[in-house]
Design a protein around this ligand. Sequence first.
Ligand SMILES: [Zn+2]
Length: 77
Amino acid sequence: MITLDLETFLLLCISVGLAVIMGLWYFYDRREKHLYEAERSQGVFHCVKCGKLYTNKKLKGTDNCPACGFLNSRLKF
Ligand SMILES: [Zn+2]
């Protein structure tokens, strides 16, 4: 059995605490970035045939209009 003195034990507690905080921080940071990326990568399309504005989450450059089915290219800002 390994015997821990108080100093080692405290150091271990602090290390574990820091690791948990860093882990959570990393997790939330990743999640935030992911949500932001999803929002940002959303394509905005404007139908030249019927004038409808629509979005999709696909990363391709063209998409069919949900109203009339006309193939439109993505708007670039
Ligand atoms: Zn349309």
